[in-house]
Design a binder for this molecule. Structure first.
Ligand code: FAD
Ligand code: DHB
Length: 389
């Protein structure tokens, strides 16, 4: 089998890249380790920046997003029970859209299936070869039979634990990492959200987030220690803990119910450099991880593949390698801005094992500064709603 671009991974990065390339007449094959149902079952991000919405429009998959997505003008931060609203629309004229990653993935999968482009699910033992030369190949096993896919380029969109980054020789890649001593316990429930907008709450007992998927489905998170087991958290324990970390009005208004999903995500900051190795490119979580506090993971994956699609389309249309040569530097500049913002949001909103009285006062001072300074609030708004590439 032969294609132009072999894409490893059918998460949002791989599917969006495939869609943007297919629409420009650049043939792709996607190889995904899991089943389609498994990929759709993962509950992850929920906030889309304007730039991500525009890319999904360009990919022709925005109909349901515009019908069902919730446009939010701002978010609220809550510090020890005191809430403050940041109105992004008023501050800088920008908004975000709340629409689940699962739905983005479903829209992209449906469009790909309808277009007839090839996606191979349950592709096992994916391995990448000869990407430092002119004729890269990808090998994989499907239903016990070994296959080889020849291609011009490989796009490594296979997440943090994928095969793509792992195939790069150690001496050619540098990585930067910070692992946080806590995770987020998330709960999904078919009950109306507690408030119209998201509430990010700092409390001495730890961070909490009130989010949503629709007017009838809510998503909540509480910070838990890194080694916590989800089995130790009954729904009742979760609701009690959440109530203690938010302000009294939010606690009173909370509509609880039986969880339909509950899971723990670890928090990590990670960047690999560079993101191009001959004919292999890394994009999305394969290239970088941000802690979820800034709602940047999915948006960064989208902006990476937006830039990569442009570069590859330019290569095929004009036989120019300027775009692919510049890909790594171009996206890394935005990636580091998102890393900084996500790290900062994480550090002001969470309680760390070594958070002492001084650190708490500094966190409080950050909150007071954001509340009192227009410039600080505008900077929060700019970073939360999107970053310049
Ligand atoms: P992924 O979505 O990870 O997709 C990679 C795909 O590659 C997967 O389908 C995987 O099965 C496949 N794959 C892996 N290895 C191989 C292989 N060897 N061969 C073939 N295929 C392979 N972000 C937020 O903003 N807010 C959140 O609340 C949030 N929660 C998260 C919770 C968890 C548990 C995780 C892991 C991430 C979370 N994120 C969150 C981050 C966000 O979901 C990711 O940034 C986003 O999914 C990145 O998309 P991606 O396509 O790059 O990677
Ligand atoms: C959601 C997740 C986030 O990480 C975030 O910052 C905001 C919302 C969510 O899952 O709804």
């Amino acid at each position: 089998m032969r294609t132009k671009v072999a894409i490893i991974g059918a998460g949002p990065a791989g599917l969006l890249l495939g869609r943007l390339l297919d629409r420009a007449g650049v043939e792709t094959v996607i190889l995904e380790r899991r089943s389609q149902e498994y990929v759709l079952g993962r509950i992850r991000a929920g906030v889309l920046e304007q730039g991500t919405v525009e890319l999904l429009e360009k990919a022709g998959v925005s109909e349901r997003l515009h019908a069902d997505g919730l446009v939010h003008d701002g978010v609220e931060l809550c510090f020890d029970g005191e809430r403050h609203r940041f109105n992004f629309r008023e501050l800088i004229g920008r908004t975000v859209t709340v629409y689940g990653q699962t739905e983005v993935t479903r829209d992209l999968m449906q469009a790909r299936d309808a277009s007839g482009a090839t996606t191979i699910y349950r592709a096992e033992n994916v391995s990448l070869h000869d990407f430092d030369g002119d004729r890269p190949t990808v090998r994989y096993v499907k239903d016990g039979i070994e296959h080889e896919l020849a291609c011009d380029f490989i796009a490594g969109c296979d997440g943090y634990h994928g095969a793509s980054r792992a195939s790069v020789p150690e001496g050619s890649i540098r990585t930067f990492e910070r692992v946080y001593p806590f995770g987020w316990l998330g709960l999904l429930v078919d009950r109306p959200p507690v408030a119209e907008e998201l509430i990010y709450a700092h409390h001495e007992r730890g961070f909490a987030l009130c989010s949503m998927r629709s007017h009838t489905r809510s998503r909540y998170y509480v910070q838990v220690p890194a080694n916590e087991k989800v089995e130790e958290w009954s729904d009742d324990r979760f609701w009690d803990e959440l109530r203690r970390r938010v302000d009294a009005e939010t606690a009173d208004n909370l509509v609880t119910g039986p969880s339909i999903e509950k899971s723990i995500a670890p928090l990590r900051s990670f960047v690999a450099e560079p993101l191009r190795f001959g004919r292999l490119f890394l994009a999305g979580d394969a290239a970088h991880i941000v802690p979820p506090t800034g709602a940047k993971g999915l948006n960064l994956a989208a902006s990476d593949v937006g830039a990569l699609a442009e570069a590859l389309i330019e290569y095929y249309a004009e036989r120019s390698s300027a775009g692919i040569d510049g890909y790594s530097a171009r996206v890394l500049s935005r990636i580091w801005k998102a890393e900084r913002f996500s790290w900062w949001m994480t550090s002001i909103l969470h309680t760390f094992p070594d958070t002492d009285a001084f650190s708490r006062r500094i966190q409080r001072a950050e909150f007071d500064y954001l509340r009192s300074s227009d410039a600080a609030a505008r900077s929060l708004a700019e970073n939360y709603t999107g970053l310049p590439i």
